[in-house]
Design a binder for this molecule. Structure first.
Ligand code: MG
Length: 275
């Protein structure tokens, strides 16, 4: 992979060969992989998916965790259902995370990423030390294979995320920086956040969006360059901080419009990369 190679967020779905072909057809060399269906995480299914990835010659740069029961419908629902913060599902999701780490290792991918949920604003929350311990455990599990665990940005302010990273205190705890999420969740201006978290950024999502206009609702995702991130400043800042990972386009809609928006995003990023 070359620094700032373009990629896309790949949903594996029920037909991985077809999904990988879509990435190839877009002409991009890299992809981040959404959480594969359970049947591909171990055993023969894992070997089969590994073969398909090898044949596709798409370089997978990150595998994302996903958990059953998660919903991004609105902010209170995200708070209740997403990631490792909700206590009632934590133990099973830690086990699933480890299975994804093993899967990623088997397909030679060094980064595993997740939305872990809204990290507590207040480190005095009684559950805060336990959450720190859980993420330390996952980082240590990743470390034995030389892998990183990456926290997707957006659900909390960058200052809260940075404090949490410092408390976890593991060298392989990194950030997958999604500038649109900072806006969609109303968590703070993304360029300032990127500068603050710069040293920890191991992956990015090139995604755009507009600020929320109603309490408890997320803002609106938009095609790259059409929202309020300021993609030109985003790319310029990535260069400033010395980021050399891939530029992974994430467009969270489906169908033909998604393909059209991704193609436009590739063109936009190609033009900004050279500046
Ligand atoms: Mg994202």
């Amino acid at each position: 992979m070359q620094p700032l190679d373009i990629g896309v967020m790949l949903g594996v779905g029920e037909n991985p060969r077809e999904s990988l072909k879509k990435v190839r057809d877009l002409g991009v060399p890299t992809a981040q992989m959404g959480c594969p269906p359970q049947k591909y995480l171990a055993g023969e299914g894992r070997a089969e998916l590994k073969r398909m990835i090898d044949e596709s010659v798409v370089e997978i740069t990150t595998v994302f965790c996903g958990f059953s029961g998660e919903s991004y419908a609105d902010i209170p629902t995200v708070r209740r259902t997403v990631g490792l913060v909700p206590k009632n599902t934590r133990a099973e999701r830690v086990e699933k995370t480890k299975a994804i780490v093993d899967f990623a290792n088997d397909i030679d991918v060094a980064n595993v990423a997740a939305h872990i949920g809204f990290i507590y604003d207040d480190p005095a929350d009684p559950d805060y030390p336990e959450l720190v311990k859980v993420v330390q455990g996952i980082c240590d599990y990743c470390a034995k294979n030389g892998q990183n665990f990456c926290l997707e940005t957006g659900q909390e302010k960058a200052e809260v995320l940075l404090r949490f990273i410092n408390h976890v205190n593991r060298p392989n705890l990194k950030v997958n920086f999604d500038p649109a999420n900072m806006i969609l969740y109303g968590s703070g201006e993304p360029i300032a956040a990127l500068k603050l978290l710069g040293g920890y950024v191991a992956g990015v999502h090139c995604k755009d969006g507009t600020w929320p206009t109603e309490e408890n609702l997320l803002g609106h995702e938009e095609p790259l360059g059409k929202g309020q991130v300021g993609i030109d400043r985003f790319i310029a800042t990535l260069k400033e901080i010395g980021y050399e990972g891939p530029l992974t386009i994430e467009r969270e809609i489906g169908g033909e419009q998604q393909v059209a928006d991704i193609k436009a995003a590739i063109e936009l990023l190609d033009s900004l990369k050279g500046k």
